[in-house]
Design a protein around this ligand. Structure first.
Ligand code: AMP
Ligand code: MG
Length: 486
């Protein structure tokens, strides 16, 4: 029998010490024939886990068939606005094994997604299919390499059991790692129950876990709101700067830590078009690329509402405090976004007219149907002549203006190039490449996915191997569509 020490588990499950409302103890439901599909070696090491032992014995744990010593499995309670409609939810197909304390004393949730029915499953089967779980693995790891805060993926196993969606699919479980799974929806849940003492306990818990320096603030709960606004503004700016479309920005899919969570119908934009929507269920375009910053604000307003009872005893005063913070959100977002855009354009300092320069570029990219990622790469390496839509007169005019602006800085050409290189990824997980990898994986061939994961690891290195993966898909008449895959 393999012991905990040999595998490296070191659990301390603070969530279990919260009031009962926040979770239900639930074990994962064992599966018949689990097989390890992929293990994230470097993440396992970071967590303090033994990679060799995990390769040999981890599959039973990642499948939920064996509970490691010290784990205390539970399903979390939460609520959420889904496409604007409030619902009581909870982990319907995920089980939190516990919190791993790493050798560096960091705390990470270890969650099995697709681990079977829980008390929150409603009509669902509690399971997940291999395609969506590998999709989350690929995209979350790509986001991490793009330096965007995100939950991460430690492993995927197949269960040996079919699941039934439109068709029969192989079942799979993803082991998801997060600095926590506390969501806007968790706050909505407890406030929605009218349990104010528990709300306070939970807000204190969240502050201790994510923002310990706020403990001594004059007004810790207002400071918490302010911090979460900042983190989310920064996160969404990062999404916009790489063309990432989350696709299902419901309040249950927004973390308090500021990590990207729940890779369902998400996808990266190829051709720049602010209206881009990939999700088949987002018929109104609520979560379109251009709307993400505003939806972020809408979700944060729901967070602020949940905190109202802690902001002031007087309802009106509480509302005023919350509104004062909320009105700052879009300005904070714009500043992060402008800073990021300036870096993408090799600008170290600020000028008033930068905003116009940026807007004009985006307008040209839209009009000339330019690829978002590759245009910035071409600007970085001065290879615009290779891109058809950049050889137009209006683009050249913009280019000259941009060069003039760059040259007004007291920075060397090398410095400018280095800044751009470090700010413009050579590759993103292109939809057609992800699909290609998932199609092969569903047939049992994981090599296509492994190669893709390898090239996605260092997006800012701009290596020759990445070039083939940088091509946008061939033009087609059928727009790319993503599905929740639940
Ligand atoms: P998501 O769309 O993945 O953010 O999930 C929204 C809610 O539906 C969450 O409460 C999930 O736990 C639940 N859910 C999603 N898929 C399933 C499933 N197959 N079985 C049970 N619950 C599910
Ligand atoms: Mg979710």
């Amino acid at each position: 029998m393999i012991t905990n020490n040999e595998l490296g588990w070191n659990f301390d499950n603070s969530y279990t010490r919260l009031p009962n409302e926040f979770f239900t103890k639930t074990n994962p439901i064992p599966v018949s024939d689990p097989k390890l599909v992929i293990l994230n070696d470097s993440l396992a090491q970071l967590l303090g886990l033994d990679v060799t032992e995990l390769m040999n014995h981890g599959v039973e744990i990642f499948a939920g068939n064996r509970i490691p010593d010290g784990a205390e499995p539970l399903a979390q309670s939460y609520a959420g606005h889904q496409f604007g409609h409030f619902t009581m939810l909870g982990d319907g197909r995920a089980v939190l094994l516990g919190e791993q304390i790493t050798p560096d004393k960091a705390r990470f949730d270890i969650q099995l997604k697709g681990a079977g029915r829980t008390p929150y499953s409603r009509g669902g089967d509690g399971r997940a299919a291999i395609g969506p779980m590998l999709r989350e693995y690929i995209i979350s790891e790509a986001m991490h390499s793009l330096r965007i805060p995100t939950t991460r993926s430690l492993a995927v196993v197949t269960t040996g059991e079919p699941i039934y969606r439109e068709t029969e699919l192989p079942g799979a479980i993803l082991t998801r790692i997060a600095s926590s799974h506390i969501r806007v929806g968790t706050f909505q849940f407890i406030t929605g129950l009218g349990k104010i003492a528990e709300l306070k306990t939970f807000a204190d818990y969240t502050i201790d876990r994510h923002y310990p320096n706020l403990r001594d603030a004059d007004h810790p709960y207002l400071a918490l709101l302010r911090e979460v606004i900042k983190r989310q503004a920064s996160l969404i700016a990062k999404w916009q700067l790489v063309g990432f479309i989350h696709g299902v920005m419901n309040t249950d899919n927004m973390t308090i830590s500021g990590e990207t969570i729940d890779y369902g119908p998400c996808a990266f934009m190829d051709t720049y078009d602010p209206e881009t929507v990939f999700s088949s269920i987002d018929t109104g375009g609520r979560y379109a690329y251009k709307n993400q910053p505003y939806i972020g604000g809408w979700n944060l307003a729901r967070f602020a509402e949940s905190l109202l009872p802690l902001l002031n005893e007087n309802e009106e005063k509480a509302l005023q405090l919350a509104q004062d913070e909320m009105t700052k959100y879009i300005g904070i977002y714009r500043e992060y976004w402008h800073d990021g855009m300036r870096e993408k354009l090799g600008l170290f300092d600020q000028e008033e007219a930068d905003q116009d320069l940026i807007e004009e570029l985006l307008e040209l990219m839209k009009r000339n149907q330019l690829d978002f990622t590759n245009t910035f790469v071409a600007l970085t390496f001065d290879t615009l002549e290779n891109i058809k839509g950049c050889r137009t007169d209006d683009f050249k005019k913009w280019y000259d203006k941009w060069k003039e602006r760059q040259n007004r800085q007291t920075r060397s050409t090398e410095e400018i190039h280095e800044l751009m290189r470090a700010s413009n990824p050579a590759i993103i997980p292109r939809n057609h490449r992800v699909e290609e990898a998932l199609d092969a994986a569903t047939e049992g061939d994981y090599s296509v996915m492994e190669r893709l994961l390898e090239v996605l690891k260092n997006p800012f290195e701009h290596t020759p191997e990445q070039e083939a993966y940088a091509n946008p898909p061939e033009p087609t008449n059928t727009p790319y569509q993503t599905f929740c895959g639940t």
